[in-house]
Design a protein around this ligand. Structure first.
Ligand SMILES: C[S@@+](CC[C@H](N)C(=O)[O-])C[C@H]1O[C@@H](n2cnc3c(N)ncnc32)[C@H](O)[C@@H]1O
Length: 291
């Protein structure tokens, strides 16, 4: 468990990185050799990103190449739904979701980086949409009332949130009973090298904040979700020239020979349609409910 101070510092690192990224287009990021999150020869998130260009509702200016899946393609979003996108960035998934929910639906993006929110709002104003909004806020305390969302999506964000228990408890709170989420994220299997885990660039680049896949799925179950399914899973291979920035030759060979892996997963889960009665409120045996 991270201390409050460490968690706050990590959030500041993430905000700083993503405010720099928001100031550039995807092409500028690539051309400046800054591959989205990091400096030259460090992690380029294009390694993880999927191709959005063929999706209905795609907005090129919102696509900064920061995702690691296509949650809207798996989220079973319906016309008229209210969809919340956690860590919406410049609005890449939110605009795709908007084209599915149509004029009668609503999309709300949440992001803690002001520059990302400004960029997403600029995109919205330019397109003249009035049923999509972007709110500045932290996923650990989502600025929305209980039970507002039919569907929650998120793309390559929750690994960056220090308190993942809070992230999923908040996701549960804002969903309507019977609602669901589909989240793409990075998880780990096996132990990564300490030099990778300690790197701020690797944290902001969505690697070292990631947790073990089994722990991730347990957190979702403990938050109260059911019908948890992995809809897609893909191994992420980080090129040697990037890994060698963090690992010496021996450590690099050990890493490559080891069993550890970095995966992009898309996970789905349902919030139960009715609140489950608390154990103490359930009659447990004949006679125990008398009086
Ligand atoms: C890797 S980017 C993904 C952006 C977007 N989902 C996309 O695919 O284009 C991560 C985003 O999550 C936001 N973020 C990270 N931690 C957050 C938190 N605790 N609360 C709200 N937003 C957060 C960052 O500001 C950044 O915009």
């Amino acid at each position: 468990m991270k201390t409050q101070e460490t968690a706050q510092k990590l959030k500041e690192i993430v905000k700083e990185k993503y405010s720099q990224i928001a100031a550039q287009s995807r092409a500028e990021n690539a051309a400046s050799c800054c591959g989205s999150t990091c400096g030259c020869s460090t992690l380029d998130m294009d390694i993880m990103a999927e191709d959005y260009t063929a999706l209905e509702g795609y907005v090129a200016d919102a696509d900064l190449g920061l995702g690691c899946g296509l949650p809207t393609a798996f989220a079973i979003i319906k016309e008229g739904d209210t969809v919340v996108d956690l860590g919406s960035g410049a609005g890449n998934d939110a605009f795709v979701a908007r084209s599915i929910v149509g004029e009668n639906g609503k999309v709300i993006g949440i992001d803690m980086t002001e520059e990302m929110i400004s960029k997403a709002r600029l995109n919205t104003a330019r397109l003249g949409f009035n049923n999509i909004e972007f709110r500045l806020g932290d996923i650990e305390a989502i600025p929305l009332d209980d039970g507002v969302a039919d569907v929650v999506v998120s793309n390559c964000v929750l690994n960056l949130v220090p308190n993942k228990v809070k992230a999923f408890t908040e996701t549960f709170r804002i969903l309507k009973p019977g609602g669901h989420f589909s989240v793409s994220d990075i998880v780990l299997e096996g132990k990564l090298s300490e030099s990778l885990l300690q790197s701020a660039e690797m944290y902001a680049g969505c690697v070292s904040g990631a947790i073990q896949k089994d722990d991730y799925l347990s957190i979702i179950a403990d938050a109260g979700f059911e019908n948890i399914q992995i809809q897609k899973e893909k191994k992420i291979t980080i090129p040697d020239e990037i890994l060698s920035t963090y690992l010496d030759h021996a450590a690099l060979q050990k890493h490559k020979a080891g069993q550890s892996g970095i995966y992009s997963i898309t996970v789905y889960a349902d919030k139960p349609a009715a609140e489950m009665p608390k154990k103490k409120d359930v009659c447990c045996a004949p006679g125990c409910c008398d009086a």
